[in-house]
Design a binder for this molecule. Sequence first.
Ligand SMILES: *Cc1c(COP(=O)(O)O)cnc(C)c1O
Length: 363
Amino acid sequence: MTASLEIRRQLTESPVPAERRAEILANPGFGRFFTDHMVTVTWTPERGWHDGVLRPYGPLSLDPATAVLHYAQEIFEGLKAYRHEDGSVWTFRPEANAARFQKSAHRMALPELPADDFVAALDQLVRTDCAWVPAGGEKSLYIRPFMFASEVFLGVRPAREVTFAVIASPAGSYFAAGVKPVSIWVSEDYTRAARGGTGAAKCGGNYAASLIAQQEAAENGCDQVVFLDAVERRWVEELGGMNLYFVNDDGSIVTPELTGTILEGITRDAIMTLATESGHKVEERRVDIDEWREGVATGRITEVFACGTAAVVTPVGSLKWHSGELVIGGGVAGPVTSQIRQQLLDIQYGRVEDTHGWLHRVC
Ligand SMILES: *Cc1c(COP(=O)(O)O)cnc(C)c1O
């Protein structure tokens, strides 16, 4: 580790009492509770990255004219720290998140944070708040690094003051009551990303743009929404925050290729490696929404699953659109989906050997 950024330590004088913390960790849910500390770092063109500080978790005070509130120059990341049987805590491919964060920064005209500094900031926060990493089940500590235009200025140009911050939030098992397939709504009226746009960057704006479609999905009784390409409105892209995989009856699996409008998931990438090693032929190519519908109808597509850090691997049980709907794989998690899900979790929780060097020890 050759992090060059110095992070000052300013510890809280009023940490959450151990008893209350234990109560929270018993049933953390997602994104509702936060650890005792956070990291903030400032960037200006003159001084570069400076004033790194690990400090008590708490509100940021923002001038109403802070640029991010107006022009959404913002990016984020999401990854987890996992507690293994022996009590040690590990993150999964944090350098991949660091690299993606740099790509997102580039697209949003934000300064790039050196990868080693990114990983070191996460490590320092998780190490300090190590007691907040839950044990057991599929619990974890969700880490949320983010960067935003903190300059107080209403002019439209890349900000000359930027803040990088890291917070962490204990997360419960996504499927507390067992893995449950999700129902998916095909967004025919709204798109998420277009060529040349920000679809491949992990920025808040993409999520803002997806919410109305997500709302439409909910109104139609669906859990999630799938977006199609913005030009022909037929190529399957991804969900609002998860990538997609299709399993064929010959054992091959397919995921939509990265065209610049799809977010390059780290889970997606890991699955490509694991599935190939397990003998599946893995293809990255365009998938037509009609291929999906016909493939399920004829039985060629046997399983569909979504993947991302938060839910790992989620079976897709049904697909619904304005004029129809269909059930996939009997509406239950299929064998390939279940096997890949288990394989990934076993690596993350240290139950099998990490042969890819994906785990990074934190504390
Ligand atoms: C973060 C994200 C994903 C999943 O990426 P992972 O690295 O696997 O967590 C997929 N799609 C979108 C739009 C995302 O923002």
